[in-house]
Design a protein around this ligand. Sequence first.
Ligand SMILES: Nc1nc2c(ncn2[C@@H]2O[C@H](COP(=O)(O)OP(=O)(O)OP(=O)(O)O)[C@@H](O)[C@H]2O)c(=O)[nH]1
Ligand SMILES: [Mg+2]
Length: 391
Amino acid sequence: MLHYDLMLPRAILIDIIPPQMKQPEAKRRLYELECLVNTYGGIVIVKIIQRRSVPDYKTYIGSGKLKEVIETAKRDKADIIIINNLLKPKQMLAIGDIVRHAGALCGQAQDRPLQVWDRIDLILKIFQKHATTAEAKLQIKLAAIRHMGPRIFGMGMEMSQQAGGIGTRGIGETNIEIMKRHLALQTSQVEKKLEDASRSRGEHRKRRDRLGLKTVSIVGYTNSGKSSLLNALTHKGAYVANKLFATLDTRVAKLWLADNQEILLSDTIGFIQDLPPELISAFRSTLEETVEADLLLHVVDASDQYWHQQAQEVEKILEQLGLAATPKIYVFNKIDLVPRDQRTNVWAQHLDKLINAKSKEQNAKNTPVRFVSCLTGEGLDKLKDILRSSF
Ligand SMILES: Nc1nc2c(ncn2[C@@H]2O[C@H](COP(=O)(O)OP(=O)(O)OP(=O)(O)O)[C@@H](O)[C@H]2O)c(=O)[nH]1
Ligand SMILES: [Mg+2]
């Protein structure tokens, strides 16, 4: 007999993109979504791209297409439909209704309705799986409340409309009030705990300032090798994995550069395309280490064919965090995977592609670049040299 719960969840992916988006970009988006699903522990059974200039107002995907996808899900025994976009709570509720009406059940066990997630749902599920520290768990809880809250209100709204006639107070309405109060209370409790964590981090920082220790923060796209770099430089033993979002908290380690020259190096959560601001703000307390850093090491996975898009996303998020002016070094990692004759190519491309037009000249002049492999150790000494001369 089959043990269904041991089977991997089967996902259908759908991405709604503008008609003018080029094919390689469309492929990259779906590829990344597939990596996220694998990181979550699921397998992808069908991938669909729909080109639309404007998403459907009610259901995001056109309703005809949605019904088609639901039929595919039933036929191929899918557990989840994942939409690679950020949907409005109302759209998620409307989709949920259509799924229920279609009587679509989860593929293997057939004991629950087929699930539908958007991109943020998936990222949050991965976060929930990977969180180990109390602080990371709190941050994820806050992000989840902020993301799911409006959907719950929406659901309450519908119940209220169904239950309430004129002059009657619907059950739904009472429920919305109870839910709203409950979520508000939970939010403020989590925020309070995070503030405590942030205060004690602040104390640590002050102590370090008194010791005159400079801080360097490692930033970069998820899976670029940030934790590997921390380990390669400091032997700290941070968790490294070929997964997106392996690290969700901040780790700080001392790095000795020369006599009387020690710095603190911190590793933190990786960035990804389309990370909504409320998710970033939920991670504020761990990102404070980055925000306060004297210098940033922006790690780029040079072996990834999409490295320049990834690096641009990171630059965008750094700007949102108000870090555009923090001194920076680009660290092109995983060069062991880049054939020697292509390395100069990557080097030549980086000025053109990595840096956005606005700050191109300034960055090109001021931002040093180093090529390293955390795996073989190549280039790490040169990286240390430049760190030594940076302070
Ligand atoms: N070939 C090669 N692989 C590397 C190198 N550096 C890191 N990796 C691999 O890349 C994967 C990701 O490494 P991590 O250090 O966990 O990356 P990260 O940026 O901390 O990732 P998240 O915490 O998930 O955002 C792991 O499988 C590492 O073994 C390198 O220089 N060469
Ligand atoms: Mg990491």
